[in-house]
Design a protein around this ligand. Structure first.
Ligand code: NDP
Length: 285
């Protein structure tokens, strides 16, 4: 008898605030049906303070929960809790944020699958990453989480551009101090409006898609491939580069990719990410 039949329902949650919009339950239910597992995956609202978050995590895992995803605004709080009560993956340590929690050696273990989810999506798209000259626009949590996985994937020179240039500089210094892999890599920084020239890949890791603002982009800024981590609405950032001949993608595949890695860490089952993406896109239309 397999583990799956001995323990038919495995319990998962995604913790956030707000959380009602989360697509994670639908994504993970699809993975479970692909894998022949019976799971319960619930959205867990939590008041926006560290104490409440820690209480939710402890209650969930003490009650037999198998895995938790963590979303805005709790990724840094989750990092601190896993650091204090258990351990962290290398990607979580460098990102300074946790999006996936499980139990390992009887203690909390925090991982971060966001950056690898992005890289895996680009690989599925067939985008060339080896030695690619890459610009990331944005210097917040999302940018921080993707830099190590991109460098591990073999990219070349990396430019960090941000509205507040000092935050891009600080991010480059902090990550270089946190990881020898990043420290050995050439990273430059600039203000977004001064980002200029031709790149192989540009990634928008700002939150402008949430506010409807537009970025001040130089007229001669071009790239063969352009990715926006946002998804779920028209993205003027991508339209700007489509008009200049770029191949583009929004961040829906990254969302599925990070979820697939969480699911695989929790259950040991490999996900058919392309099949799941097609099914989820069809159900969203
Ligand atoms: P943060 O709040 O940490 O960072 C926001 C970034 O956007 C900063 O660099 C900020 O610049 C910049 N920014 C905000 N408003 C403007 C503006 N009006 N003009 C120029 N720059 C601006 O956010 P996150 O890093 O956590 O998230 C960024 C995006 O990534 C979000 O849209 C999020 O949805 C997406 N994301 C997608 C995922 C996926 O699975 N597809 C996973 C994780 C994130 P400054 O420093 O100057 O304030």
């Amino acid at each position: 008898m397999t583990q799956d039949t001995l323990n038919p329902t495995q319990h998962f949650i995604v913790i956030g605030n707000p959380i009602a919009h989360s697509k994670s339950p639908a994504i993970h239910q699809l993975f479970a049906s692909q894998s022949g597992l019976t799971i319960s995956y619930q959205r867990q609202y939590c008041p926006d303070d560290a104490q409440s978050f820690q209480a939710v995590v402890e209650a969930f895992f003490n009650g037999g929960g198998v895995g938790a995803n963590v979303t805005v605004p709790f990724k840094q709080v989750a990092y601190a809790q896993c650091q204090a009560q258990g351990s962290l993956s290398e990607h979580a340590k460098v990102a300074g944020a946790v999006n996936t929690i499980l139990i390992k050696d009887s203690a909390l273990y925090g991982d971060n699958t966001d950056g690898q989810g992005l890289v895996n999506h680009m690989i599925r798209l067939g985008w060339p990453l080896t030695d690619a000259r890459v610009a990331i626009i944005g210097a917040g949590g999302a940018a921080r989480g993707v830099i190590l996985p991109l460098i591990e994937a073999g990219i070349g020179a990396l430019t960090l551009a941000n509205r507040t240039e000092s935050r891009a500089q600080d991010l480059a210094s902090e990550l270089s101090a946190a990881s020898s892999v990043i420290n050995n890599h050439k990273i430059t920084s600039c203000e977004t409006s001064k980002l200029t020239g031709d790149f192989d890949l540009i990634i928008n890791a700002t939150s402008i898609g949430l506010t409807g603002d537009t970025l001040p982009l130089c007229a001669d800024l071009t790239s063969g491939y352009v990715y926006d981590m946002m998804y779920g609405r028209e993205l003027p950032f991508l339209q700007h580069f489509v008009a200049r001949g770029a191949q583009v993608s929004n961040g829906f595949g990254m969302l599925i990719g990070q979820a697939a890695l969480s699911f695989e860490r929790w259950t040991g089952h490999t996900v058919d990410v392309d099949g799941a993406t097609t099914a989820l896109q069809a159900s969203a239309n």
